[in-house]
Design a protein around this ligand. Structure first.
Ligand code: NAD
Ligand code: ZN
Length: 370
């Protein structure tokens, strides 16, 4: 695969997402390309990721600035302010200064924590992301959203802090547990539905190869998704408008995750169900043709079987949707589809239709068109 350099235009300046099989081996060379050299490198990662890729990363960085590894637990339960404090104190004790650069090697948890540390340490130092999950490669490492959880809710403390560079090496996905990989595929499918016909058709034709992690198909699709994310966040860094389309499927997903206390679903799996709900709502609202909806649902189905839905009362579920970060004045907001590549925001969806769409997920049935 030819190396791809995709540019993200941020208010803090442009940065490159370098996508290439084997890119990890060139991490040092890529870091040398930073506008200002790093005084020191701090490699933030988790013991699990480090076990698989620590040596290769250290080798790839050979010749770059002096590096020190700081490992922390990347369970979602560890994505909190205590972890941020521990890392920041280790940085301070190790003499990190304003010219130091954090290299975050891991999934979305490592990236979100490391990104937030970088946003706040010494009022902001540079971060380079080396995403190691499919979710992180196509989504979380790009766009500058960082943050941690509070007991009161997910991602409630955070900041926008754009990376200086993102190094995407699809080879790193080889060691990812299969369920984690498949969970990432649902976010990939999301790009297909909100993106364009071409990406959608590529996914329709290539889903089997993707599920089997065939290198060529995977690399091609990662590049397309990175391009899509780069385009969207370049246009709308702070989620004032366009960037909201990335929340397709997420209103229901977040409610599914919170009502099951984040235990039943991996995020992408909840997004899989959430997209089906959004598609059915779009049909019920007569926004999308049933034929197009069927194609979208078939694509989601092709990624594999989703975990069973929980037995949660309709009232509790709707309440969880109302407290979603996207809700405004207690009105549930949805990103709906008008067809591949065409989305529409809606905060005027009648709750009985929402309830119908949700129960249709359980029965596999359809929602009546209004
Ligand atoms: N900032 C954003 O824009 C954004 C976007 C999406 C998700 N997120 C956040 O990302 C988090 C989820 O991230 P994720 O889905 O990447 O999963 P994750 O970071 O939770 O990682 C999943 C598991 O895979 C392991 N792992 C990671 N890379 C591996 C590899 N190459 N080989 C073997 N094991 C590996 C991890 O140790 C972990 O156990 C959530 O906290 C979510 O809120 C943030
Ligand atoms: Zn998501």
């Amino acid at each position: 695969m030819a190396a791809q350099r995709i540019t993200v235009n941020a208010s803090s300046g442009p940065y490159t997402v370098h996508v290439e099989r084997g890119a990890l081996g060139q991490a040092g060379v890529l870091l040398d390309g930073l506008q200002e050299p790093a005084s020191r490198l701090f490699l933030l990662s988790s013991p699990r990721v480090w076990r698989h890729w620590g040596k290769a990363l250290a080798a790839g960085l050979k010749g770059a600035a002096q590096a020190r590894a700081i490992l922390f637990n990347d369970a979602e339960a560890g994505k909190n302010l205590r972890t941020v404090e521990q890392i920041a104190r280790t940085l301070a004790q190790s003499g990190a200064d304003r010219k130091s650069v954090i290299v975050a090697a891991g999934g979305g948890v490592v990236g979100d924590v490391a990104g937030f540390v970088a946003a706040s340490y010494a009022r902001g130092i540079r971060v380079v992301h080396v995403p190691t999950t499919l979710v992180a490669q196509v989504d979380s490492a790009i766009g500058g959203k960082t943050g941690v959880n509070l007991p009161e809710g997910k991602n409630l403390v955070g900041a926008f802090h754009q990376p200086s560079l993102v190094i995407v090496d699809p080879q790193l996905l080889r060691t990812l547990p299969p369920r984690e990989f498949r969970s990432g595929l649902y976010e990939v499918i999301k790009y297909g539905i909100i993106g364009d016909e071409k990406l959608f058709a590529t996914l329709e034709q290539g889903m089997v190869s993707l599920v089997n992690q065939e290198a060529g198909a995977l690399e091609h699709v990662i590049q397309r998704c990175v391009e899509a994310k780069a385009r969207i966040v370049s246009e709308d860094e702070r989620e004032a408008g366009l960037r909201m389309i990335l929340n397709f499927g997420h209103t229901t997903a977040h409610a599914l995750e919170s009502t099951t206390r984040y235990r039943r679903f991996l995020h992408g799996e909840a997004v899989g169900w959430g997209m089906i709900a959004a598609i059915r709502l779009s049909v019920a609202m007569k926004l999308v043709e049933p034929e197009a909806a069927k194609r979208m649902e078939a694509l989601i189905g092709a990624a594999g079987k989703l975990p069973r839905l929980p037995a949660v009362s309709r009232a509790r579920f709707l309440e969880a949707m109302r407290t979603d970060k996207k809700a405004e004045h207690g009105r549930i907001r949805f990103v709906l589809t008008e067809g591949v590549g065409r989305t529409r925001m809606a905060s005027d969806v009648p709750e009985d239709l929402v309830a119908q769409a949700l129960s249709s997920l359980r029965t596999g049935g359809r929602v009546n068109r209004r």
